[in-house]
Design a protein around this ligand. Structure first.
Ligand code: ADP
Ligand code: PHD
Length: 438
């Protein structure tokens, strides 16, 4: 029998009726042995995720009125799940204990991790699987990175002693035993780590969309589903905001050769998207998908004969390093170089520019804030003549001004920078250009 790890996201476990769907899915396939739940997510667009309520509880732990308001909201949600499913879980005691710890000054990581912790206990009881606390199997080292040796050895040992288990997502424990969380969306990473630890045959990631779509469904109506996508393509799209999978999920499973299948809890018959390590067939449309993200600033540095100046780029990067800033892209011309930076990373743009001026003595520096980047991705792109022409024609026809262009040397990706206000229109234009028959 094969072994599958199934991660269920917050929308998949947002209320009791979603829990019922999840149980049916798990029971349909005996190979679904190890289950990783997130905390209950939004039940509808206006709702608040449990994780966000926990952040609010932390922020307002000194304000009795607001604290009680947020804590009561999350308490009500767990109690109704347990009651509606008629489970024998001492939920009031569990919540009371957590409330006490928050009021006694528990850490932020401990508090927000409780969303997954409680959900894991409830789900384990509901499906009759063992509950294993992630704090006992996922470890971080002193640098805050995953302690791979300790983690994988422990997972392998503990989970080989259990035929099945529910392991809550999103957290593990620090070198000193304290709870430490991953970044937001991190239950995907937990699922990936468990999949590697048990050497799973498949990592299933159950969410609220039928797999990876060619574009964000909140921008494009009913985008086509991608049946198969390579890790490389997915990485490019995730990096640029296609947020189905946390970007750190991909590498551990890629290295272990475990395929990922994205599935829809609300449409379990749909085969979803298979993420594979390599594909030799170019996609039908020449592109696999398009994704975009706001919040970038471009700094363009111009200097005549820059190309002959040894160490020019190093000097720029040294300034970035000093400011603790990484770059997203670095397109260059003969006499220009553009730094594409995440705006939120730039604390003091004036001193940054001043230091670049002092180090590089450029002829001019231009700062362009408010940029959105859009990645059009697909292995098919390099085999299809006219693919770039189609993209730029579509943008021109929609009056969208392109501020920057970058094509990675892998040729599976064309990046364009547009003004933030144009992001949605640009994504729609590109999507339509490759999916509408001509
Ligand atoms: N290209 C895309 N394909 C599918 N979903 C996308 C895409 N880009 C963005 N999304 C969004 O990602 C969401 C799923 O990710 P997430 O909210 O993290 O789910 P979960 O709570 O199940 O972990 C979808 O509801 C959708 O709005
Ligand atoms: N609950 C955490 C972790 C997570 O992965 O959630 P989800 O699977 O609902 O994106 C968060 O909101 O960040």
């Amino acid at each position: 029998m094969g072994v599958k790890v199934a991660k269920f996201g917050g929308t998949s476990l947002a209320n009791a009726s979603q829990f019922i769907k999840v149980k049916e899915i798990i029971m349909q396939d005996k190979e679904r042995c190890f289950i990783v739940p997130s905390a209950p997510g939004k039940r509808d667009k206006e709702d608040t995720k449990i994780t966000d309520l926990l952040y609010l509880c932390y922020t307002y732990s000194d304000d009795v009125k607001l604290f009680n308001e947020y804590f009561n909201q999350l308490q009500g949600r767990y109690i109704s799940i347990v009651n509606e499913l008629e489970l024998n879980v001492p939920i009031k005691e569990i919540l009371e204990e957590i409330k006490q710890k928050i009021q006694d000054g528990a850490s932020l990581d401990f508090i927000v991790s409780r969303g997954e912790y409680i959900n894991g206990i409830i789900l384990a009881e509901y499906i009759g699987y063992e509950f294993i606390d992630a704090a006992e199997i996922i470890y971080f080292n002193e640098d805050g990175l995953l302690d791979q040796n300790k983690t994988y050895t422990t997972i392998n040992k503990l989970l080989s002693e259990n035929d099945n288990a529910v392991i809550p997502g999103f957290y593990g424990s620090n070198y000193n035993g304290d709870i430490k969380i991953f970044s937001r969306g991190g239950s995907d990473i937990t699922g990936a780590i468990i999949a590697c630890g048990v050497e799973a045959d498949l990592y299933e990631n159950w969410t609220d969309v039928s797999g990876f779509l060619m574009a964000d469904p909140s921008i494009v109506d009913n985008p086509q589903q991608i049946k198969q996508i390579t890790f490389r393509e997915l990485r490019e799209l995730s990096y640029m905001g296609a947020s189905v999978l946390h970007e750190e999920t991909i590498f551990p499973v890629l290295n272990a050769g475990i395929p990922i299948n994205i599935r829809n809890t609300n449409d379990p018959e749909n085969a979803g998207t298979m993420i594979i390590s390599y594909s030799d067939s170019a996609s039908r449309n020449g592109i696999t998908g398009v994704a975009g993200k706001k919040g970038f600033t471009i700094i363009t540095i111009e200097k005549n004969l820059m190309n002959y100046e040894v160490g020019f780029v190093r000097r720029i990067l040294t300034v970035l390093e000093k400011h603790d800033i990484y770059f997203y892209h670095l397109p260059t011309g003969i006499d220009t170089i553009s730094l594409v930076l995440e705006a939120s990373q730039i604390k003091d743009i004036h001193s940054l520019v001043k230091e670049i001026q002092a180090e590089c003595k450029p002829d001019s520096i231009e700062i362009i804030p408010g940029i959105a980047l859009i990645a059009t991705v697909g292995h098919g792109m390099s085999y299809t003549p006219g693919i770039a022409a189609r993209l730029f024609t579509a943008l021109a026809e929609n009056n969208i001004n392109v501020r920057i262009i970058d094509q990675g040397s892998s040729e599976i990706n064309i990046i364009v920078g547009v003004e933030e206000k144009d992001l949605e229109a640009a994504v729609r234009a590109i999507y339509n250009a490759y999916t509408t028959k001509i």
